[in-house]
Design a protein around this ligand. Structure first.
Ligand SMILES: N[C@@H](CCC(=O)N[C@@H](CS)C(=O)NCC(=O)O)C(=O)O
Length: 262
């Protein structure tokens, strides 16, 4: 992994990220929405020579000290008053942390004010995380065509669930305001063309008209577009992402997601 011995923390937030990671993208989008100053630090999770993911034991100590799971995203900073270092990990928790960290005027709230709607937002995020996300990886990882067709149906059923739960008027999932729900889900729809390329699956299906409108609006959001950054100048973000998913699609990825969602 990266060979630095130590990461100097600032009172400003540092986002530890990998450019291709949809989980980290959730937090990157939330940071851009909040308009908070932050430092971006790319963490290399894969051995450039073999293409294999580093096992936890080979990740640098400074990184596993900040996140014992050895995953991105991580938000890290030093408290201004106490100089105490803090790190926050797990993308949905990072995003809730940002909501608590920057509730001040000038930073748009990313959850609705009504407690029941805040609860609904959390129900949708949890549902998406535990049901849709594993299926997204599974349809790539499974090599048997019959099994892929089964997972395709399950993914479409998940889209129907989302369609039923999306705001009637939109354009965002919870209504007129962009929210943590949009941050949590849009990275997987940014990657929709990847499922189309490898598995000929169109998501969301045409019948999900609210979701179609939502994807279109969310992909136009400057915070979302701001995260479309290719790893090297002069390369295309879409092409590089597609390349990244080849290892999922041919069943050779050894990431924790590949192991967890197969
Ligand atoms: N549940 C975690 C998942 C994060 C995750 O899996 N990140 C991947 C990159 S996309 C990672 O860091 N993987 C490290 C590994 O597999 O060793 C979250 O929501 O933050």
């Amino acid at each position: 992994m990266a060979d630095e011995e130590f990461l100097e923390l600032n009172t400003e937030l540092t986002l530890l990220c990998s450019w291709f990671c949809p989980f980290a993208q959730r937090t990157w989008i939330a940071l851009l929405e909040k308009g908070l100053p932050f430092a971006y630090k790319e963490v290399s999770l894969r051995n450039p020579d073999t293409g294999l993911w580093y096992p936890l034991t080979e990740k640098p100590k400074w990184f596993t000290a900040l996140n014992p799971l050895g995953k991105v995203p991580v938000l890290a900073y030093k408290d201004e008053k106490t100089q105490q270092p803090h790190s926050v990990y797990e993308s949905l928790i990072c995003n809730e942390f940002l909501e608590d960290y920057a509730p001040a005027p000038g930073h748009p709230p990313l959850l609705p004010p009504h407690p029941a709607l805040r609860a609904k937002a959390r129900i949708v995020m949890d549902h998406f995380n535990t049901r849709f996300v594993p299926l997204f990886y599974r349809i790539l990882i499974r090599q048997d065509v019959g099994q892929q067709a089964e997972v395709a149906e399950q993914l479409q059923a998940e889209c129907d669930w989302l369609e039923d739960n999306a705001d009637q008027a939109g354009p965002f999932f919870m209504g007129t305001e962009f929210s943590l729900v949009d941050c949590a889900m849009i990275p997987w729809f940014v990657r929709g063309y990847i499922l189309k390329h490898f598995r000929q699956l169109e998501l969301p299906p045409q019948r999900c008209t609210k979701l179609q409108r939502w994807v279109k609006a969310a992909l136009e959001r400057p915070s979302v577009k701001g995260t479309f950054q290719a790893p090297e100048e002069g390369t295309s973000y879409e092409d590089k992402l597609l390349e990244h998913y080849v290892r999922y699609a041919d069943g050779s990825a050894n990431s924790t997601s590949a192991a967890a969602f197969k």
